[in-house]
Design a protein around this ligand. Structure first.
Ligand code: ADP
Ligand code: MG
Length: 699
């Protein structure tokens, strides 16, 4: 097949601005554009006209169905397909799609998690069109990005609170910008570029591992002789099978208008990364969900499986997702970019302070926004940022903040103290801002990079918290500065105060070191929420609930329900892992070891019957240790079964999540250790599942 050229391919399956402008009447187009750009409520009288053009365009591009595409709290996306057909009077069918169908859908919501919301509120849910994220065609279906709510208005998805958090930061940032005389700004938006890591394994090998099939990660497996020690995979030459996959993936993503940009091998064998060009947060979120889905689909076409789990292989680098985040105006100013004039510098410093304060005040919200059973395996392990949240600013910016805080001279500048609004900041080079890869939250020149996300996380969650927390800082600053008699003096004092009060969150050192954990928790009083069971209940802390309600990001019932859903998800995930382990041990590992022991025993007695001189050292010592291990395995699997049985009795999700953390996970860990040791002693022929080596070098 001849390759289409990229500009032609790009966005060819998206009902984007170009298509809208070409197909909609001028009035309809400019009204819709106002809704998209300025968040003006959609004029429902134009919905029919848009629906008709959308449908005609979709049919021309091969679609037969439409769906309201949404992101329920399960973490994956959901869709229910309806075809466009309606019976026509002559007995045939017409292809129809009304404005009403575009704006609102009523999926049967009952099987999506709602954490008690449905019991308290109206049972049915509805989906509402999000016109700011373009409709697209996937599998002959017109997909309409939507928000998903209950009839009483409670959000049942991740998009609704994300949009609300974007409104909050827009509102508060505009107040600040006004104070700096930027009256022409119509809106402020946050942008995100998520870098996505993943593994590729051969489909046949994958299918032989029940743990991968059921849980997405390996629950057993001894380390292969060669792992990532040589660092020869990172940025290495991409294998032909993988590059074919990447090429195909890019085509699919480009058609959907997703700006897939860079791809390279990652640290671990079989690990790769894809980074898109950044876009507005809700669009980037939709795009990232689609990217993950399409990665899996395209991998399957190439007889591979794409693993998005955060830690598919113990002892091998896990997969994360970096959330590159910035705030910008519609007039093209990146508020996290230092700018050129002293005034821009002062404005930049205030927004920088807003982020610093937000991350300090709401460390726990950021931490819990990325907490899942899978990501718990990464955070705090020596490869991903620790579960402690801190900010890296780099030497130059740190020195500037120090100079402001202490009223001292900054050496990079003329021999004078920094006066905001008067002096220009020196330009910092990118190098000085991007060296420390161990920081969970790093300033990288004109954006912040939040690195604690796991590869499978929806980026909606952390951006909801980040936007809301920064909106709160900005709200406090606006309240204070709007009252000030002398704006510049008040600004200087405010910035100085914020830097002083939130100094503890700034840390440029090695985030992976044990000393940091000690200093962070014991000296600085930062929180270290190691597991989902520790982190998630913090959502209900008074200060968090108050802030989220104040900015209308969640209401109280939504917060409560989300906390429960996330904890449920955690305990269910680990419960399935525990059950899978029992299944594999009882049905496969123990019988396999027994088979090998039988062969060893037979060999030994046969050999000894032939000659009394043979010692059979290898056979006997292996048998002895394997037999001991068999006993240990039996004992640990029995304990795990007991734990699984106790777990079933627990009803309260807060109790069961603590139980899973304290009882079930350690038992799973112990069981694994014995099985992995047995793997090293058992003949490969008898071992029932492909080894780590086979998995990691399968493609
Ligand atoms: P790396 O982190 O690998 O060095 P870059 O910093 O170039 O790579 O980009 C990483 C991601 O950050 C990309 O997805 C990129 O589009 C995104 N990005 C770049 N600038 C911004 C910005 N101002 N706001 C948000 N994301 C950005
Ligand atoms: Mg990065």
């Amino acid at each position: 097949m001849e390759k289409q050229n990229v500009p032609e391919l790009f966005g060819s399956l998206v009902f984007d601005d170009k298509v809208m402008r070409a197909r909609l009447s001028d009035d309809v187009y400019s009204s819709l554009r106002k809704t998209i750009d300025e968040n003006v409520k959609l004029d429902e009288t134009i919905a029919d006209a848009i629906a008709k053009e959308m449908k005609d365009w979709a049919i021309e591009n091969g679609a037969t169905h439409f769906t309201h595409w949404f992101q329920p709290l399960t973490g994956v996306t959901a869709e229910k397909h309806d075809s466009f057909i309606t019976p026509s009077p002559d007995g045939g069918v017409l292809m129809e799609f009304s404005g009403k169908e575009l704006i609102k859908g009523e999926p049967d919501a009952s099987s999506f998690p709602s954490g008690g919301l449905r019991a308290t509120f109206e049972a049915r849910g509805y989906t509402a069109w999000d016109p700011t994220s373009y409709a697209f065609i996937k599998d002959h279906t017109l997909c309409i990005p939507t928000a998903f709510c209950s009839y009483s208005g409670e959000a049942l998805d991740k998009k609704t609170p994300l949009l609300r958090s974007m409104q909050a930061i827009n509102r508060e940032a505009k107040r600040i910008l006004k104070l700096f005389g930027n009256d022409d700004v119509k809106y402020v938006r946050t942008s995100v570029g998520p870098e996505q890591e993943y593994f590729l394994v051969d489909k046949d090998v994958f299918n032989k591992r029940p743990d991968l099939v059921y849980t997405g990660r390996t629950l057993f497996g001894a380390m292969p002789p060669k792992g990532q020690e040589l660092d020869d995979h990172y940025f290495g030459v991409i294998k032909p099978r993988v590059s074919d996959f990447m090429e195909d993936l890019n085509d699919e993503l480009w058609k959907l208008g997703i700006l897939a940009k860079t791809e390279h091998n990652e640290v671990a064998p079989a690990q790769h990364e894809l980074a898109p060009i950044y876009s507005t947060t809700n669009i980037a979120t939709d795009a990232n969900q689609l990217t993950m889905e399409i990665m899996k689909k395209v991998a399957s076409r190439h007889d591979m499986v794409c693993l998005l789990h955060e830690k598919p292989f113990a002892g091998v680098n896990g997969s994360g997702k970096h959330n590159n985040w910035s705030i910008a105006t519609d007039t093209g100013i990146n508020l996290l970019s230092p700018g050129k004039t002293p005034y821009e510098n002062a404005q930049f410093l205030l927004f920088l302070c807003a982020v610093i304060q937000a991350v300090d005040d709401y460390q726990d919200l950021l931490r819990l926004s990325v907490a899942t059973a899978g990501n718990d395996h990464r955070l705090g392990a020596n490869e991903a940022p620790p579960a402690i949240i801190s900010i890296f600013l780099g030497d130059e910016l740190s020195a500037i903040l120090d100079a402001i805080k202490n009223d001292t001279v900054y050496e990079g500048m003329e021999d004078t103290k920094i006066k905001l609004g008067v002096h220009s900041l020196p330009r910092f080079s990118r190098d000085t801002t991007d060296r420390n890869r161990t920081s969970p939250f790093a300033f990288t020149g004109n954006k912040f990079e939040f690195r604690s996300l796991g590869s499978a996380n929806s980026i909606a969650c952390c951006n909801i918290m980040l936007n809301a927390a920064v909106a709160e800082s900005l709200n406090q600053y606006a309240n204070e500065l709007e009252k000030a008699d002398n704006f510049e003096d008040a600004l200087h004092e405010l910035i100085k105060r914020v830097i002083t009060e939130h100094q503890r969150i700034l840390f440029d050192g090695n985030g992976y070191s044990d000393e940091w954990v000690k200093e962070a928790t014991e000296v600085r009083g930062l929180s270290n929420l190691k597991t989902t069971a520790d982190a998630m209940p913090k959502l209900l802390d008074k200060k968090n609930v108050e802030m989220l309600i104040k900015h209308k990001v969640f209401n109280e019932a939504e917060i409560q329900s989300r906390c429960e859903i996330m904890l449920e998800n955690y305990v269910k995930t680990i419960n399935i892992e525990g059950l899978t382990m029992v299944d594999m041990v009882r049905k496969n590992y123990l019988p396999a070891i027994e088979r090998y022991l039988y062969r060893l025993a037979q060999t030994t007695s046969l050999m000894k019957s032939v000659s009394s001189n043979v010692k059979c050292n290898y056979e006997v010592s292996t048998m002895e240790r394997l037999s001991e291990l068999t006993d240990h395995i039996l004992e640990s699997v029995t304990e795990l079964e007991e734990s699984l049985a106790k777990f079933k009795e627990l009803e309260d999700v807060f109790k069961s999540s603590a139980f899973v953390r304290d009882d079930m996970l350690p038992k799973m860990e112990t069981l694994r250790t014995y099985v992995d040791e047995a793997e090293m002693l058992t003949s490969e022929r008898d071992w029932p599942f492909p080894s780590y080596g086979e998995l990691l070098f399968s493609v």
